[in-house]
Ligand binder design. Structure first.
Ligand SMILES: [Fe+2]
Length: 331
């Protein structure tokens, strides 16, 4: 099955995945996890909210944590647009398409436009943020994985095929996709605006829901520094999958579940993807075929996600049985 063509003249110019907001039960414990294990840096904080950035990032925040007494949720994912005028183009596009969008106020961000994509995921578009010092060269300040920058989101939706068409129309390029079912449909899509395989990934599942967000690191040893820091602080059992190597973008990774169960990935540089002669790569059913060595992912990795705040989840999908860690061990 051919992947939808990319619209190389999109209605507005998204440049990259840039920031997300999560709600958490215990702000202090989450701060400890993200600063000591991931190595994120606090840009600003008060008793209700913490704004964090990677050591390479000058933009004020890539992860925002809000304290909640309710079930932990993702409030929104964020994307950068190139210019402030792109926000007006985006607003005109959504109005023309009958898609609800609204201007919202977010501290430390310039004008911000929130819309809900075809899957129902809340997406915040912004052109500018306040800046802080880049700490990449200040190695004495680096902790845990010393993550560099936010790279991508992976989300679940019942219909990744629809999401593939939607984001292709917004200028996203596909590196890899999964197909399955009868008639055949796209069941997973890795799509990007920047120069690597992913800003946003949609996989078939109950949604919309956040499967994980991912930070890039400088060198592979930082994966083990993060795991060791986790162990020393009582977060050792939060390592859910890996360290291992992805097949699709050939990178080393590890997945953690943070104190609220939100899934966050650390990975080392994926392949570069700029030249246009390489077509999207078609894969079969999502599962172990993308993993070159080691045991498959645990069942939790396939089915557990973070819902979005005030967004209704789809009904539960019919069961599918991926090759899980539990199954491979005969459990
Ligand atoms: Fe990922």
């Amino acid at each position: 099955m051919k992947f939808p063509d990319t619209n190389y003249n999109p209605p507005f110019n998204i440049t990259r995945a840039s920031h997300l907001t999560l709600t958490v039960k215990d702000l202090g414990r989450s701060k400890e996890f993200y600063t000591e294990v991931f190595g994120l840096v606090v840009s600003d904080e008060d008793s209700e909210t913490i704004f964090l950035r990677g050591v390479e990032e000058v933009a004020h925040h890539s992860l925002v944590l809000h304290k909640t007494v309710d079930a932990p949720r993702c409030q929104s994912i964020g994307m950068r647009v190139q210019f402030d005028e792109d926000l007006d183009r985006a607003k005109a596009h959504f109005d023309g398409e009958g898609i609800r969008s609204e201007w919202i106020e977010v501290p430390f961000q310039a004008r911000t436009l929130r819309f809900h994509d075809c899957a129902g995921t809340p997406v915040d578009l912004v052109a500018r943020m306040e800046t802080r010092q880049r700490l990449l060269g200040q190695s004495r300040l680096h902790k845990g994985g010393a993550v560099l920058r936010l790279d991508h989101y992976q989300l679940h939706t019942p219909d990744p095929h629809e999401a593939s068409i939607y984001y292709s129309n917004l200028g996203f390029r596909c590196s890899d996709y999964n197909v399955g079912g009868t008639p055949e449909r796209i069941t997973g899509a890795f799509m990007s605006r920047k120069d690597n395989p992913h800003d946003i990934v949609y996989i078939r599942g109950r949604g919309p829901a956040l499967h994980h967000f991912a930070y890039a690191i400088m060198e592979s040893s930082h994966i083990f520094r993060a795991c060791d820091a986790a162990a020393q602080l009582g977060f050792g059992q939060t390592v859910e999958r890996g360290p291992q190597r992805h097949g699709l973008d050939h990178m080393l990774y590890v997945y953690f579940r943070d104190p609220d169960g939100h899934r966050a990935e650390i990975f080392i540089m994926p392949i570069q993807l700029i030249d246009l002669e390489e077509p999207p790569h078609e894969w079969g059913t999502i599962g172990t075929l993308e993993q070159p060595w080691g045991r498959p992912a645990p069942r939790s990795w396939f089915f557990e996600t973070t819902p979005f705040e005030n967004v209704e989840l789809s009904p539960r999908l019919e069961e599918w049985e991926p090759m899980t860690l539990e199954k491979s061990l005969g459990l």
